[in-house]
Every structure is written in structure tokens, then in C-alpha cells.
Write a protein that binds this ligand. Structure first.
Ligand code: PLP
Length: 396
């Protein structure tokens, strides 16, 4: 196979060389248990605390507000479960949106079986949560508002400050799933009114299986994993020292280069959007044109199936994602695209290509040329398209 063109950076990112280098000593020589009382363990403990400080600095937060987890999914589970159990009997209501990641949605579905009530807020055709509906959904029993910072499929960035302000006005803790946003857009939890924030290292050029939950020291939430005394008794288990060190290095690099990377990604993204919209008919850009993640593109190509497009792009060495998810053997259109109000066939025809600062204009051109050719070929074989083209021709 020729060169790989990686355009699935929302799924995961390449681990930076400096990150691997920072991690290696903690797999090789520095393997001491951070809880050990000897000097050898203290080296690992120190590495963890340095990492905590570095990550806190990227958010202008305090080190004791950072808790290490196994990734975005665990951080999301912790935030929702803790809010639900802390308020049991008194407050039994969570507000979230219809376009959250399944780490949030499926946790909410689980919590419903334990007596928690959940309100799912609608979004508009660009994926922005309906703030009026959010205000109206608030009850005396509301224990938590959890709205994602930016969406993983369509890249829409929510009005987080406004949501934070609404939550503060009603004295309700506000959690945001910032797994797609951290390291890609500037975030200051205190300024934004965020009480809890989930992040995951593999989305910002760090290792997989490590993440963190920021918990403001203004909120008091209970432990998630019970056992030893690690993470101030809130998240037990011997720490993933190498992962934590790698995540801190990745966070430091990501946040210190955020503006220059975003500038390059936005240029490539807008170039790709322009070419696709100008050169391919019957296409829709999904997500907001203005407030979207620097590297995100998501298009629906009418009359074709996103899945077929992905498979054919793969044959040309291009990695991209579609707008549907395989669950228990059946392919369902994405809940995010459905929440935008798109008909099934348009949701099924989606293609997500997510760009990083490592991509080049040549790669984008290669990918756009391939998409153009494949969409044309697939449409030639589509009876729906044939019917449409004939009708259009007849009435011209
Ligand atoms: N939340 C969002 C918005 C995501 O995009 C993802 C990963 O795709 C997750 C949560 C889950 O993160 P992790 O893979 O670290 O468990």
C-alpha cells in the first residue's frame, strides 16, 4: 500500500515523539510503585505530581483539581455518577443534550434505571443546544448540567460560557465533556463557569487509556473507584505513571502550540470545504460554519452511503469516518445527525474527515480528488440518483 493519508483525528491522534520519549523511562528503569515508601517509588510519585501541575497549568487550575482516569469515558462516567449519587433522594435530575457522546448518553440511560430523571436538550440545524429549552428544563431537583464542549462528529463548539452562566445562576454544577476540545481550543474552566471537565490524552497526541477529570475545588463530589488511597481516595488503583507523564507532555505541547496549529488546520479545513462545495453537487456541510473545531469537516453526499465511501477511500489509503454507527449488527444513522433534523438518507450519506496540523495541502487535494471520483462512481450506480437525474432532465 502507498502512503497513508490519515483524516480521522477525531477518532485518535498520532502520539508525538517527545511524548513517547517522556514515557519510556517509566516503562524501563523507573518502574517503582508511586505508593512505595522508598526513594525508588518517590521518583514515580514525583513524576505524577509534576504531571498534575503541568496539566493544571494548561487550564489555569490548581493541581488538586486534576484527577487522573483511564480516559474520556471514565471521566464522563465519574462526573455523572457522582452528581447522581451525591444528590440521591434530594436531587434526581440531570440535564444533557441529544448530541453527546455515548459515554454520556449511555451512562444517563443507566442512571435512569436507578431512578434518575434525564432531560435531553434539542439542538438546532447546526448543532447548537437550545438555551431557552435548557433554562426551562431546570428544576429544583436538577443535580447536574452536562453539555459537551465540542461535538466529535460535526465539530460544533457550544456557547459554553453562556451555559456556565445559566448553571451558576441556578447554583447547579456544570460538567462539560471536553474530550474533543482540550488541546485544540483555549479553555479556562473558572472563566467559563465549568465545575467539571473531561479530557482524554489520545485526542491531543498523547497515549490511549489515560485521561483526567478536572473537578473545581468549589464542588464536592464523591469517589468513583474504591480501593487504595490513590488520587486523594477518589480514584483508587496503582497509577498509570507512564501514561500520566505522557499525557502531561502532550497537554503541554498541545496547549503551547494551540494557536499556530489551529491556524494551519483552519486553513486546510476551509480549503477542503471550499473545494468540496464547489466541485461536488448535492452536498451539505454538517455542523456550524463559524463555531467549529479547527480540524473538523463533515459532509453529506446525497444519493450515496457514507459506509461505501469510507470503504472505497480506505482502498486508496485514506482514513475517514462515516455518520453511522454499527450497533448489535445493525447500522443506524448517527444520533447526532438525526438530532440536527436531517432525514435518514442524508444522515446515512455522511463523511467525516478530521484534519491535524501534520496534514498537508497535497494530502487534502488527494483526498478531495478521491472523494469526488468515488461519489461520482457511487452515484452512477444509485437508482435513486438515476431517477432524480432523469426527472431533473425532463423538467429542465
Ligand atoms: N467524549 C467524546 C466527545 C469523544 O469524542 C470520545 C472519544 O471518541 C469520548 C468521550 C471517549 O473518550 P475515550 O476514548 O478516552 O474513552
Amino acid at each position: 500500500m502507498g502512503k497513508l493519508i490519515y483524516l480521522d483525528n477525531a477518532a485518535t491522534t498520532a502520539v508525538r515523539e517527545e511524548v513517547v520519549e517522556a514515557m519510556l523511562p517509566y516503562y524501563a528503569d523507573e518502574y517503582g510503585n508511586p505508593s512505595g515508601l522508598y526513594e525508588f517509588g518517590a521518583t514515580s510519585k514525583e513524576a505524577i505530581e509534576n504531571a498534575r501541575k503541568k496539566i493544571a497549568d494548561t487550564l489555569s487550575a490548581k493541581p488538586e483539581e486534576i484527577y487522573f482516569t483511564s480516559g474520556g469515558t471514565e471521566s464522563d462516567n465519574w462526573a455523572l455518577n457522582a452528581a447522581a449519587s451525591a444528590s440521591r433522594n434530594k436531587k434526581n435530575h440531570i440535564i444533557t443534550s441529544k448530541i453527546e457522546h455515548h459515554a454520556i448518553l449511555n451512562t444517563c440511560e443507566f442512571l435512569k434505571t436507578t431512578g434518575i430523571e434525564v432531560t435531553y436538550i434539542d439542538v438546532d440545524e447546526n448543532g447548537f443546544v437550545n438555551l431557552n429549552q435548557l433554562r426551562r428544563a431546570i428544576r429544583p431537583a436538577t443535580a447536574l448540567i452536562s453539555i459537551m464542549f465540542a461535538n466529535n462528529e460535526i465539530g460544533t463548539i457550544q456557547p459554553i460560557k453562556e451555559i456556565g452562566a445559566i448553571a451558576k445562576r441556578h447554583n447547579i454544577p456544570f460538567h462539560t465533556d471536553a474530550v474533543q476540545a482540550f488541546g485544540h481550543v483555549n479553555i479556562n474552566p473558572r472563566q467559563y463557569g465549568i465545575d467539571m471537565l473531561s479530557a482524554s490524552a489520545h485526542k491531543f497526541n498523547g497515549p490511549k487509556g489515560i485521561g483526567f477529570l478536572y473537578i473545581s475545588d468549589d464542588v464536592d463530589i464523591g469517589p468513583f473507584i474504591h480501593g487504595g488511597g490513590q488520587e486523594r481516595k477518589k480514584r483508587a488503583g496503582t497509577e498509570n505513571v507512564a501514561g500520566i507523564v505522557g499525557m502531561a507532555k502532550a497537554a503541554e505541547l498541545a496547549v503551547s502550540t494551540i494557536n499556530e496549529r489551529a491556524k494551519k488546520e483552519i486553513w486546510l479545513r476551509d480549503y477542503m470545504i471550499r473545494r468540496i462545495e464547489n466541485e461536488i453537487p448535492y452536498v451539505r456541510l454538517n455542523g456550524s460554519r463559524k463555531r467549529r473545531l479547527p480540524g473538523n469537516t463533515n459532509f453529506s453526499f446525497q444519493f450515496i452511503e457514507g459506509e461505501s465511501l469510507i470503504l472505497m477511500l480506505d482502498m486508496e489509503g485514506i482514513c475517514a469516518a462515516s455518520g453511522s454507527a454499527c450497533s448489535s449488527g445493525s447500522t443506524k444513522p448517527s444520533h447526532v445527525l438525526m438530532a440536527l433534523g436531517l432525514p435518514d438518507n442524508i444522515a446515512y450519506s455522511a463523511l467525516r474527515m478530521t484534519i491535524s496540523d501534520r496534514n498537508t495541502k497535497e494530502e487534502i487535494d488527494f483526498a478531495v480528488d478521491a472523494v469526488k471520483r468515488i461519489v461520482e462512481d457511487l452515484r452512477k450506480n444509485s437508482s435513486e440518483y438515476e431517477e432524480f437525474a432523469n426527472t431533473e432532465y425532463k423538467y429542465k
